[in-house]
Design a protein around this ligand. Structure first.
Ligand code: ADP
Ligand code: TYD
Length: 206
C-alpha cells in the first residue's frame, strides 16, 4: 500500500533531538531535489492538530488517549501520507505509530495486543520505510528539555519511570523489526548525528 514514495519517521523520548534533526533532514532531501512532505503526529491535518491540542493538554483515560492518537493517525494517513506516497514524494514525519507503542504501550501500559489491532486496522499494511530512533538516557533528555525553557506539555510532565518505560518500549519495537530502524545514539553531537542520518538516507532515497 505504500506506493512509490518513501516514508521516513523520527522517534524517541521527549528531548532526544527529533525536532532538531527533522528540520535538517527535510532540508537535505529538498536540496537533493526531492519533493518532501514534512509532517508530525499527533497532528498533520486540520482535524489532527485539533486532536493534538486535546491530547497534549486534557487529562483522559489511557485508552481514550490511545484511540484519539489512532483517530488522528487515520486522518493523517488518508489525507496526507497516502496521497503523498502515491505521488512519489518523501514523507518525513516527526513521530508515528512507534510513539503509540512507546507512550501508550510502555508509558501508560495499554496492552501491546490492543495496539497491534489498532495498528493493523488503521494502517492496513502501511509502514515506514525507515525509522530513525533517537535513543537517549532519560536524565540527559530531561536536562535538555529543561534547558529549552518551553512550558512542558502533559506528557513531558510525567515522571522519570514513565520515560524509562517509553524508552524500553521503543527498543522492543526495534528489536521486533530491526531492518526498519536506524538507531541513533542521541548523546552524540548534532554534527555526528547529521553524518549518520545522511549516510542512512543515501541507502533509502538519495
Ligand atoms: P525532541 O524534538 O526530541 O523533543 P529537540 O530536537 O526539541 O528534541 O531537542 C531538545 C533540546 O536539545 C533542544 O534545545 C536542542 O537544541 C537540544 N539538542 C538536540 N540534539 C542535541 C544533541 N545531539 N546534543 C546536544 N543538544 C541537543
Ligand atoms: P511531540 O510533537 O514530539 O512534542 P514536542 O512538540 O514537545 O516536541 O509529541 C507530542 C507528545 O505526544 C509526545 O510527548 C509524545 C506523545 N505521543 C504519544 O503519546 N503517542 C503517540 O502516538 C504520538 C504520535 C505522540
Amino acid at each position: 500500500m505504500s506506493g512509490r514514495g518513501t516514508f521516513i519517521t523520527l522517534e524517541g523520548i521527549d528531548g532526544a533531538g527529533k525536532s532538531t534533526h527533522h528540520a535538517w533532514l527535510v532540508e537535505v532531501l529538498r536540496s537533493r531535489g526531492k519533493t518532501v512532505v514534512s509532517t508530525r503526529e499527533p497532528g498533520g491535518t486540520a482535524l489532527g492538530e485539533k486532536l493534538r491540542g486535546l491530547l497534549l493538554a486534557d487529562a483522559m483515560h489511557a485508552e481514550t488517549e490511545t484511540l484519539l492518537m489512532f483517530a488522528a493517525r487515520r486522518e493523517h494517513i488518508a489525507q496526507v501520507i497516502e496521497p503523498a506516497l502515491a505521488r512519489g514524494d518523501c514523507v518525513v514525519s516527526d513521530r508515528f505509530t512507534d510513539a503509540s507503542f512507546a507512550y501508550q504501550g510502555g508509558g501508560r501500559q495499554v496492552p501491546w495486543n490492543k495496539l497491534e489491532q489498532l495498528e493493523d486496522w488503521v494502517q492496513n499494511g502501511l509502514h515506514p520505510d525507515l525509522t530513525f530512533l533517537f535513543d537517549l538516557d532519560v536524565a540527559t533528555a530531561r536536562q535538555r528539555l529543561a534547558g529549552t525553557g518551553n512550558a512542558p506539555d502533559r506528557f513531558e510532565l510525567e515522571q522519570q519511570a514513565f520515560f524509562e518505560r517509553v524508552r524500553a518500549a521503543y527498543l522492543r519495537r526495534m528489536r521486533a523489526l530491526p531492518a526498519q530502524y536506524c538507531c541513533i545514539d542521541a548523546g552524540l553531537s548534532i554534527d555526528s548525528i547529521k553524518k549518520i542520518l545522511e549516510e542512512r538516507l543515501l541507502s533509502v532515497c538519495l
